[in-house]
Design a protein around this ligand. Structure first.
Ligand code: PTJ
Length: 248
């Protein structure tokens, strides 16, 4: 930690998250733009009362069902998500048998390797997205996010993304993949284009999803499919938006 946060400070939780990102920035994990992106997220979180809403929890449950039902799911990791919850991302990937791939907007091999080391320290089996020989290119996208691993995201049926711009989600959906996203902004292109949108802070969503996946890992496939069938993503997102507008 760069600044010690007093646990009794009324905004201790929020300040600790900021410090994690600043530390990630100083360690070459987070880009400066990531700090700006966090500010946007914080603003939405404030409006949501900094709590997981019941709608977010419903989306988290459906997201877990989809990960458990998928045969080739991949969890995509960027600088912010690694700095905030590397351990939880690895845990979720192990429980749901999802691959884990580093995919950056601001492409940089040194940073990708640093993120991979961080994930491996938390017991990740294999981290995809590092080998230039296995690089494949997504269609319908111009940014560097188009470069993905041919054995990871390119070959996936479901991709879990968090805290990113909408280009890749739109592209993945056009390619017929299912996309789960975490984004505190229910108006973002990522949120709108995803099949399951979790409007929650990633630092709360990940522990919730781990808890849910432990509860559901042995449930039969028909139960999991039914949860997905009963879920309307647009309606769920709309309810989050109403909560933001009305104030919680
Ligand atoms: O590490 P890189 O190079 O891949 O870059 C990562 C960033 C985050 C810089 C990049 O993906 C980016 O620029 O993202 P955007 O377009 O700013 O989008 C980030 C979205 O995440 C915004 O809609 C924010 O509201 C949202 N967000 C930020 N922090 C959180 C969040 N959502 C959930 N939990 C958060 N803690």
């Amino acid at each position: 930690m760069i600044h010690k946060i007093t646990p009794t400070h009324p905004r201790a939780k929020s300040l600790i998250i900021r410090e994690k990102l600043v530390e990630g920035f100083r360690n070459g994990i987070v880009v400066p733009e990531g700090l700006i992106a966090h500010g946007r997220g914080e603003a939405f979180d404030y409006l949501l009362g900094e709590k997981t809403t019941k709608y977010a929890y419903e989306a988290e449950k459906v997201a877990v069902c989809l990960l458990l039902l998928s045969n080739k799911s991949v969890i995509s990791v960027n600088g912010n998500t690694a700095a905030l919850c590397a351990k939880d991302l690895v845990n979720l990937s192990n429980i749901t048998k999802s691959k884990i791939e580093v995919n950056l907007f601001h492409k940089c091999l040194t940073r990708s390797k640093a993120i991979a080391r961080m994930l491996q320290k938390e017991d990740a089996n294999e981290v995809f997205g590092l080998d230039a020989k296995l690089r494949s290119t997504l269609r319908y996208i111009s940014s560097n996010r188009k470069f993905v691993d041919k054995n990871g995201i390119m070959n996936s049926d479901t991709v879990f993304v968090a805290l990113e711009d909408g280009d890749r989600t739109e592209s993945l959906v056009k390619m017929g993949k299912k996309v789960i996203s975490i984004d505190l902004n229910p108006l973002s292109r990522t949120a709108i284009a995803s099949n399951v949108t979790i409007v929650d802070n990633i630092v709360r969503a990940m522990p919730n999803m781990i808890k849910i996946s432990k509860q559901l890992v042995n449930r039969d496939r028909s139960y999991l499919s039914q949860q997905i069938k009963n879920f309307d993503n647009m309606q769920n997102m709309h309810k989050s938006l109403i909560m933001i507008r009305r104030g919680v």
